[in-house]
Design a protein around this ligand. Structure first.
Ligand code: WQD
Length: 341
């Protein structure tokens, strides 16, 4: 019988891409989402790509009673928990919104898994837990730094909850995947990132500027101690990232995890500067992106990229798409959204 996976927050950017890869790998999927920061277009894109009428349930994971009905109705053994708020700046202005939503929904998932005897969970964590790291690249053993935003703190707290419950409760296994900077879109251009309002992240700002939706990209700082003065990040293709979730779930389904709780970095292992990324985007797509150098953005770390050895060796996972391919896919998606030929 096919294994079923619950993808909470599955209408969002990474959730949609992961659902496509789960189905390609032979899993059944049920998507749960409260549509607070997504609409149904992603789910429809997933259905179109896969040819599968993936079940979708509109539910808020913070509403435990409503969420429990999903556990009654569907017999999944594994959960990938994406459902969370993710705007770093907003979390600083309204921390309770983030603590209430991100922690409540996560605790509900874990408690319901226990009550209903479900075994495997992958948690969406973030490289943000490393803060300004003392050593680069960061390994999973690099100490986490105190979070500088409530968003980042919810990631740290959920990691700790998962570590404790997986260690304490027989039969519950968990993996935290620490994402670096997810970018790009599915090669079909049917799903991709659709930020509401003004994009806070670099690549959607670049693609919207190229499309004429934004006037000018601000490059936040060119006087950092890096080769070209702009910050360094590890940009991971969203399809590669999606595949990391599939191997993480399969590892637990097959009982191959070495500990009840494990953590993996999901990045490429390459540090790329803002200016390199911008010029790479212009080169591969043959478009100009109007930009200017602006002051540093508060809270940015100078540089971070992943040591991916653990994911390579333990999960047998590595990033496959080149940065050029990923930047092409980001532009194809933006053109699809804007109806640009
Ligand atoms: C990347 C680089 C900016 C916008 C954040 C969160 C992280 C995760 C992903 C999740 C930085 C520069 C950006 C712009 C710019 N969150 N930049 N002009 O800050 O590395 O990570 O997003 O869901 O937790 O912290 O990503 O894309 O915002 O920035 O120059 O208009 O691009 O200064 O150096 P970041 P980002």
């Amino acid at each position: 019988m096919k294994q079923m996976v619950l993808v909470s927050g599955g209408a969002g950017y990474i959730g949609c891409h992961t659902t496509v890869e789960l189905i390609a790998a032979g899993y059944d999927v049920v998507i749960a989402d409260n549509l607070s920061n997504a609409d149904m277009s992603g789910v429809e894109g997933v259905r179109q790509i896969t040819g599968v009428d993936v079940p979708f349930v509109e539910v808020d994971c913070c509403d435990k009673q409503a969420f429990a009905r999903l556990f009654e109705q569907y017999n999944f053994d594994s959960v990938i928990h994406f459902a969370a708020y993710k705007a770093v700046g907003e979390s600083v202005v309204d921390p309770m919104k983030y603590y209430r939503n991100n922690l409540t929904s996560f605790m509900n998932v874990v408690e319901l898994m226990r009550e209903y005897g479900r075994h495997n969970i992958v948690f969406s964590s973030s490289a943000t837990v490393y803060g300004e790291a003392d050593e680069l690249p960061v390994t999973e053993l690099t100490p986490r730094k105190p979070a500088t935003s409530s968003y980042g703190n919810t990631k740290q707290i959920c990691e700790d909850i998962l570590r404790d419950v997986a260690t304490a409760y027989e039969g519950l296994r968990g993996i935290s995947l620490r994402y670096f900077n997810p970018i790009g879109a599915h090669p079909s251009a049917l799903i991709g990132e659709l930020p509401r309002g003004v994009p806070q992240n670099l690549v959607p700002f670049i693609t919207q500027t190229a499309a004429g939706v934004r006037e000018c990209l601000s490059v936040f700082g060119d006087d950092y101690p890096t080769p070209d003065g702009s910050c360094l990040r590890d940009y991971i293709d969203v399809v590669d990232l999606a595949k990391a979730h599939v191997v993480a779930i399969t590892r637990m389904v097959e009982g191959k995890n070495k500990q009840p709780y494990e953590v993996f970095n999901v990045g490429t292992g390459n540090g790329v500067s803002v200016l390199e990324l911008l010029h790479g985007f212009e080169r591969v797509n043959g478009v100009k992106v109007n930009h200017k150098i602006a002051p540093r953005r508060a809270g940015d770390v100078v540089a971070i990229w992943a040591d991916t050895k653990l994911a390579n060796e333990e999960l047998g996972w590595r990033s496959e798409r080149t940065l050029d391919e990923t930047l092409r896919s980001a532009w194809e998606w933006e053109k699809h959204v804007r109806g640009i030929k």
